[in-house]
Design a protein around this ligand. Sequence first.
Ligand SMILES: O=P(O)(O)OC[C@H]1O[C@](O)(CO)[C@@H](O)[C@@H]1O
Length: 536
Amino acid sequence: MSTLSYNATGAAQQALELHVPALVADRIATRIFAKDHTLWGPDAEAESAVRLGWVEAATVSQALVPGILELRDALRAEGVTRIVLCGMGGSSLAPEVIAGTAGVELTVLDSTDPDQVRAALADRLAETAIVVSSKSGSTLETDSQRRTFEHAFTEAGVDAKSRIIIVTDPGSPLDKASREAGYRAVFNADPNVGGRYSALTAFGLVPSGLAGVDIQAFLDEAEEAAEHLNEDAADNIGLALGAALGGTSPLRNKIIIAEDGSGIVGFADWAEQLIAESTGKLGTGVLPVVAGPSSPEATTGAADVLVVRLVAADADAELGANEAAIAGGLPTQMMVWEFATAVAGRLLGINPFDQPDVEAAKVAARGLLDAQPEPTPAAFVDGAIEVRGGEWLGSASTAAEAVAALLATLEADSYLSVQAYFDRLAFAQLEGVRDELAAATGRPVTFGWGPRFLHSTGQFHKGGPAIGVFLQITATEVEDLAIPERPFTFGELISAQAAGDAQVLEGHGRPVLRLHLTDRSAGVAQLQHLISALSV
Ligand SMILES: O=P(O)(O)OC[C@H]1O[C@](O)(CO)[C@@H](O)[C@@H]1O
């Protein structure tokens, strides 16, 4: 196992002292590894009984390796140099981190933004194969991406069937349809592993392995990590991290996850989904906040915040007052955080394996796609920004005043969530507003790209404590894109996803400021400018 280490101070250390002895005495570690489905209470038993396969995934998945490597070599021999992964949330976040950390190219398409989809289609199509990953086999975004690539391959004279590889649960609608269609390969994943715990199953391994990651070494390290976690011992680092995540007292329900030298690329984005979807429900949970080591939330010492730093193995990290620092290789960290999240779920008294509130936004989006209602008129337009909001907008008549009015609704325990529904690759610089907003408000800020975040923090925003304040940003596309054999376009789909989620959040009584950029570049510049002015 790579060097795994953990240090904690303040509330994180107190949580360890408070909970780890009882977790050891109750044999929670070995019971998790024995797949004891009773650990999360009677209401969670049915789901837990079919969700604990991840504890043995590192071993069970060894059998997948030869087939993945054989297919990788065959594709390479046919001139395939680029792998595109179509999938959302748990079906795409792990391979993105695995490939990114290994320095291997993998294009992750987890968007319905027409410009971003067109850009993915335009890049080396003749040398591309796609992996379509969906546990349920019915996710609308993933299905739309698959249809579009299949159509584009055919139009370009490429044999589409030979370039489409499927990862899905046995018996899913996608499993059946793919076998009928005769796609290149169908890898069935273990149905007893939920999406966000699936890093070490076919969902994590097929795209990464085809792209060129050494997945054998990856699994070997994860197996060693599992041995450490499967011990009812006071020095079990998974128990300590679980106590920090779910057992601080009073509960510090914003967890700042800061990359601070671990060298793992994008780990916090993966952990964000794991923690937010697992814990954010029944009005409780902990909100993961992806931030930098010097971001405002990591340094202000707010009473509801705990900082977890991802550090290098040999780092002599100097910790702040209420912090934890964890070091370990990627497969080790993935095992530790999955285990710790399950432990945190037990301490919080929730079922860490369901995501009851994600469906609400999907239903609202489908309703809007079917009904095609006239868009809500803007309250006013300022330059390239159309502004829509609630009564709290008051007399605001500029976009800057609207943002200020939204921020004025923040309370002592609130957080701000920025949700941008457009091309996350072309406009990555917009993420810079996160730190500025955190500095201006003194409150934790999450930044999510839509619809990606709907499969991550989306669950917490709707199912967790009602303390979120929401800044939604949408943007007119440069050029819309049809979805083959669907009565709506990508542009209509992403608009419905944004409007549907705003509807659900407003239905929960939360303030949602909707800014629509009528010109992407001008709107982003205007927004960046007005947010920079806030923090001065
Ligand atoms: O793998 P699927 O079934 O396409 O689901 C993708 C994602 O959507 C969710 O089911 C709900 O957001 C996630 O839990 C999951 O990771």
